[in-house]
Design a binder for this molecule. Structure first.
Ligand code: ZN
Length: 359
């Protein structure tokens, strides 16, 4: 039962207290709305040719981000806003009721700040990712770029952001640079999260655990020491199988993480280069088919796992007091999310107790 924007009572229909309005789901499954804790929606341009080339055998490298940077800088605020609106709506139709959105395709003081201002119109979970890649104009001076990110760019971005993030990977930023970015963000009141171990094992996961970050994302290549550090710190490992699907890389081993006692989230990483899907149901299906998760674990990771990765306890679960963010499936059980991959099963969503889609 929902009162105002919150869940007021949970139990079997036979015992439900009287309500002003009753919605009969007709035997269909109702779930908490998906919490997509990792996306890069503020961008312009199209990289479908690069995707096609990759499927024809070319390798994925972090530098492809620069293609999107040029298009994003050239776009107007209105174009960026309209594009984010379209993608957020697309996510909503697939059951996402909370979304995190990063900057990271502007990479100038002005373009990072306006990217976050655009994102802020759609969510409170905005993340400053000036440390996404070193832009072409700083190719010979990466240290100078880190100074820009930790100085004037952060200054301009911080009022629009809740989080700070860095891409700690060969070809992007090393562990000392990532540490500097996270420390500067923390000094401005931003909480930290990190991209790490997407393309190979690296020091980012241990750094995230050491700093007690809410989440470290990708975690495709993990050492035993990484897993021990994650378990001990409680840092959520956010797995992004849309990336492995779209870059033809090996999937992360979710089973190994869960069996070791690590908290796991699933998110779309919706972005134009490495994972241009906005579909959490696709991620759930991939996690079950390719990553050793049970359907229950995958749905939990895409709801409450995402909430934990954002340090939220009001979303991602339907307990008394939680925000009434609901997904109604055209299916008798959540199992169908993995059992019927690629099928549009979401019949409706509610955010804060109000119909959000189809409205
Ligand atoms: Zn990402």
């Amino acid at each position: 039962m929902v009162e105002g924007s919150r869940v007021a009572w949970v139990g079997s229909a036979a015992q439900a207290p009287a309500a002003d309005e009753v919605v009969d789901a007709g035997g269909r499954a109702v779930l908490p709305g998906f919490v997509d804790s990792h996306s890069h929606l503020v961008f312009a341009g199209d990289r479908s040719r690069e995707f096609a080339a990759r499927m024809a055998g070319e390798a994925y490298a972090a530098g492809g981000i620069r293609t999107t940077v040029a298009a994003t800088r050239a776009a107007t605020d209105e174009q960026l806003t309209a594009h984010v609106a379209r993608l957020v709506q697309e996510m909503g139709r697939q059951g996402t009721t909370t979304v995190e959105i990063k900057s990271g395709y502007g990479l100038t003081v002005h373009d990072e700040a306006r990217s976050l201002a655009v994102a802020r119109q759609f969510t409170d979970e905005t993340t400053f990712l000036g440390a996404h890649v070193v832009p072409a104009e700083y190719a010979d001076d990466p240290a100078g770029y880190v100074e820009l990110v930790t100085g004037p760019m952060l200054e301009a971005a911080a009022p629009h952001a809740r989080w700070v993030d860095a891409f700690c990977e060969t070809g992007a930023f090393d562990v000392d640079q990532a540490r500097a970015v996270l420390a500067a963000g923390a000094a401005h009141g931003l909480r930290g999260r990190l991209h790490a171990s997407q393309l190979g094992p690296g020091p980012g996961v241990v750094l995230a655990a050491e700093l007690g970050l809410a989440a470290v994302d990708h975690c495709t290549y993990l050492t035993d020491a990484d897993i021990d550090a994650l378990r001990d710190s409680g840092t959520v490992a956010t797995l992004l199988p849309g990336v492995e699907f779209s870059t033809r890389q090996p999937y992360p081993d979710a089973r190994r993480l869960i069996d070791a006692g690590v908290s796991v989230a699933l998110a779309s990483d919706c972005n134009p280069g490495s994972s241009f899907t906005s579909s959490v149901p696709l991620c759930i299906a991939l996690a079950v088919r390719e990553m050793g998760m049970t359907p229950a674990e995958a749905v939990h990771a895409a709801t409450y796992g995402g909430a934990r990765a954002l340090l939220r306890d009001d979303v991602g679960r339907l307990t008394v007091g939680a925000r009434a963010d609901l997904v109604l499936l055209d299916a008798p059980s959540y199992l169908h999310l993995a059992y019927r991959p690629g099928v549009p099963l979401v019949a409706g969503t509610w955010i804060g107790g109000r119909p959000a889609w189809p409205g």
